[in-house]
Design a binder for this molecule. Sequence first.
Ligand code: MN
Length: 511
Amino acid sequence: MVSLQEILELSQTATSADKEIIKKAYSYAEKAHANQRRYSNDPYFDHLTETAKILAELGMDYSMISAGLLHDVIEDVQVSAEELEKEFGKEILFLIEGVTKLGKIRYKGSNKHNESLRKLFVAMSQDIRVLIIKLADRLHNMRTLSFVPKEKQKRIATETLEIYAPIAYRLGIRKLNRELEDLAFPYVYPEEYVLAKKVHQEKQNHDIERLEKFHRSLAKALVKQGLKPLHTDYRIKGLYSLYKKWLKKGKDTEKIYDIAALRVIVSTVSDCYKALGIIHGTWRPYPGRIKDYIAFPKPNGYKSLHTTIFTGDGNLIEIQIKTEEMYHESEYGIASHFNYKSNKQNFKKNQSTSGFMWVKNLLPNMNSSAEKAKSQKITNLKDTVPNWIRELVSYQKTTVDDEFEKSMKRDFFEERIFVFTPKGDVIDLPIDSSPIDFAYAIHSDIGNHTAGVKMNGKFVSLDTKLKNGDIIEIQTKDSSHPTAKWLELTKTTMARKHIKTVLPKDKNQDQ
Ligand code: MN
């Protein structure tokens, strides 16, 4: 169990009023789960305090820490939404309900649909804060997976590896991504894990010694040329990420140069390039391994300069050069943006919506000019937030802060369902859509020749209503054409438009 004191100390952005709410959530959760135990036989409450601690360590605000403490009360002890709202307010209730809803999406273990499932997961979460709480929840469950019955372990670990870890990666939260992957790896690929461990050990023993030595020469070279780095260290690649690299390199251990990498942290972007110049002037770079992720950040927002150099003793070493801020972002990703020093004040200005502010700041189009002027972090965010997440967030655009509740009800996702093609692509449709809507959403030709439909592998009639997560397969026949009845079965404007244009023509053709 993590003590309240420890959580409060970690909650650096919390005011004393915020801390009162965390305190209240802490004792509320303790009472609510008093009679429950985990598979480990530890009190269930431990899971909640550990989840809250992970969130506090990520620098999340009081509402997320409180929601972390309370995230299982709806599902596990049937506390009502009304009561939670009365005790903790709308925002914390919203977060808890979001996490509860996400808990209902089940991973069915088909690799084909993983990308879609990830998208569905993100879409269903409605708010990136919900995703982050869910990631923290999963991280603690993974840390304690050894206590879970064997037959469940693999499913949970696979889900972690296929859905949660990639989402953490896309959000740029490397810290969570790495730990989730490495915890899940041995359960999902036990043999490969043993192998990776061996490769890791061989490389590591060898590398660390060299790194220690080279690390000092590097710092010396930089200082000698007038550049004092803020910090230099090295990092060892996670086991799962090593395994993936090893597969990518045709299982040739010798071709993996970045199991261990040196990190150089400097003050400014121009110092990054200066450091690169000094390094290349001192050691010969290995061709084709110089990567400028500052000018061209990775899709998840990662920024850094990478180079691999000949150390002079027959070895190669990868060096990563970044500023402190880039380093912070590379570890915490999206999460870093609403706790990073300079942002604190902005988030404190408006207590009632402080948690939501940053989500608004992810939006590509800022409405008010006051917000435009607020700070340059908006530009930073636009650079670092992956596009597909920004698109999703943009659906969540809220009009005014005090319309929080209304906007939630109006939410895009509340009125949409997400279904899959047999290939696993997500098609989003209005609630109560029919297979005909689905067919037209794929292509008008498919719509115009729909003859039958399989839902989750079984034939169903064309008036069947689609549900979230259904896999839909449309059967077409050249001889099939829309009928007037189809208009009654469709919800989407697109489908109606196509049906209407085809209908009169059909009559003529029938002669
Ligand atoms: Mn939980």
